[in-house]
Write a protein that binds this ligand. Structure first.
Ligand SMILES: [Zn+2]
Length: 68
């Protein structure tokens, strides 16, 4: 069961490369934006607390990206 309510998986491309799950090689993901400080993961001053994560539709692994 997903932590998030996002029923429709999407394909993701990162700088011209299609994203495949590092665990199961699936290519359908659910996109989420998270504030890391509210999630309790990071509190560094230099880091933008917002991040994008893609949840694998197959195994649930989260792939995190910082905005560029
Ligand atoms: Zn996966």
């Amino acid at each position: 069961m997903s932590l998030f309510d996002a029923p429709k998986p999407v394909r993701v491309e990162i700088k011209g490369h299609e994203l495949h799950c590092v665990i199961c090689r699936h290519n359908g993901f659910h996109r989420h934006q998270a504030k890391l400080e509210r999630a309790g993961l990071f509190t560094s001053d230099w880091m933008d607390p917002r991040a994008i994560c893609y949840e694998c539709d197959h195994c649930g692994y989260l792939h995190w990206f910082m905005p560029q």
